[in-house]
Design a binder for this molecule. Structure first.
Ligand code: ZN
Length: 407
């Protein structure tokens, strides 16, 4: 395109195309099942609008020039189908005349397109591991040596504490996660794990309230013997313990005494690129916040009985937060404070880690190296078939999965 020429936007839908006898059909291939998959009305309206009025693309879609279009008769009937590869399920998302399709393509679609075109927000996440532009991305700072791995020719991958944990349980599982294969429903969580997730999600929802306000001891779910939040329901001892933990949180809530201009970012993803290891490191923080000119990151953990062992060994995400704060990936210019909030059966405890102390940083490096080094050096990802298969959502894809686990 000539310099100074106006931007040209082209709208295209792509997947399996079929046409004939006045009918145009697009089949969208999904990697999982389409049974019970939520409908995305904007996606459907956008697709059928283009199907009804668009022309077939003859040129390469990756070409930098405007698309070359063929001329075909406009259809009288448009059909949009999605196919689930995991179980051969299929569903007709739309079937109707071109007029019906145009009628669907209205304001919500235009608003969605405006957001895409005008969107200047970066959204670091798992896709960064496959992105060619990551080394120059303003949202993903480059930190050579972050993971303590010498220069390597390995292909680019992303790593998070979840990857590290999965790899420890079974290298194959970490690899299958990295391939983004569809998951089967995993085995049920224990009651304590469900309670932990429910408490976590409830506190997150309190921190997302607008206008922002600190949590109070009354901001608890109920009734005390049985409550549910999102998909997690708890009863009896775990229900009462969960309410106690949430009420306790109010005593140490980071939004207490906050100044007018405090910034609060629940569940913020921090990303960094280590060019030596060729790895994009991702960290989902529980809460990133600023009071006056000080930044803090807080991880919240729940346990009925707190473990008094080494905190960094127990919580590798804390070790990662220390390194990300120390290397200025987190805001605060190397002084972002890392806090651990433990909600226990005997009350709340908040511990702050000093990211400017050399021994804290070297301890964090040691903890992370134990997770990262074997993963990074592995090129085969052998399965540890057996116990690890019991709660693995990928046994269907794994030739080594232990019998009786859906493999
Ligand atoms: Zn709070």
């Amino acid at each position: 395109m000539k310099p100074g020429a106006p931007d040209v936007y082209e709208e295209m839908v792509a997947d399996r195309r079929y046409a004939g006898h006045g009918v145009r059909e697009l089949r969208i291939v999904r990697t999982g099942s389409v049974q019970d998959r939520p409908r995305d009305e904007v996606e459907i309206a956008m697709a059928v609008g283009v199907l009804a009025g668009g022309s077939p693309v003859l040129s390469s879609r990756w070409d930098k020039n405007p698309l070359t279009l063929g001329h075909y008769e406009l259809p009288r009937l448009v059909r949009l189908v999605e196919i689930g590869c995991a179980d051969a399920s299929h569903r007709i998302l739309f079937e109707g005349t071109s007029e019906d399709a145009y009628a669907l393509y209205g304001d919500p679609v235009e608003a969605a397109l405006d957001r895409i075109i005008g969107g200047d927000a970066y959204r670091p996440g798992t896709d960064c591991g496959r992105c060619d532009a990551v080394a120059g991305c303003p949202a993903v700072p480059s930190v050579p040596g972050l993971l303590g791995i010498g220069r390597s020719d390995a292909h680019r991958r992303s790593w998070s504490v979840t990857t590290g944990r999965s790899y420890r349980r079974c290298p194959a599982r970490a690899h299958l996660e990295d391939l983004l294969l569809p998951r089967d429903t995993a085995a049920e969580d224990s009651e304590a794990v469900v309670r932990g997730k429910a408490v976590h999600a409830w506190i997150e929802s309190l921190h997302r309230r607008i206008p922002q306000r600190p949590c109070t001891p009354d901001d608890v779910p109920g009734p005390p013997e049985e409550w549910q939040y999102k998909k997690w329901s708890v009863t009896g001892l775990q229900a009462r313990l969960g309410i106690q933990m949430i009420a306790d949180h109010a005593l140490v809530c980071p939004l207490r005494d906050r100044p007018e201009d405090a910034e609060v970012h629940p569940e913020e993803t921090a990303a960094a690129y280590d060019p030596d290891a060729n790895v994009v490191v991702l960290a989902k923080t529980d809460l990133l916040y600023r009071k006056n000119d000080r930044w803090f990151v807080r991880e919240t953990k729940t346990a009925r009985v707190p473990d008094e062992g080494n905190l960094l060994d127990q919580h590798p995400q804390l070790a990662l937060a220390v390194l990300l704060a120390h290397t200025k990936v987190l805001p605060g210019n190397g002084h972002c404070r890392v806090e651990l909030e433990r909600l226990t059966g005997s009350g709340p405890v908040v511990t702050e880690l000093d990211v400017t102390a050399a021994d804290v940083v070297s301890e964090a490096q040691r903890v992370l190296a134990e997770y990262v080094t074997p993963w990074h050096a592995d090129t085969r990802y052998p399965a540890k078939a057996g116990q690890a298969c019991a709660d693995c959502p990928f046994t269907r894809w794994c030739p080594d999965a232990a019998d009786g686990n859906g493999g």
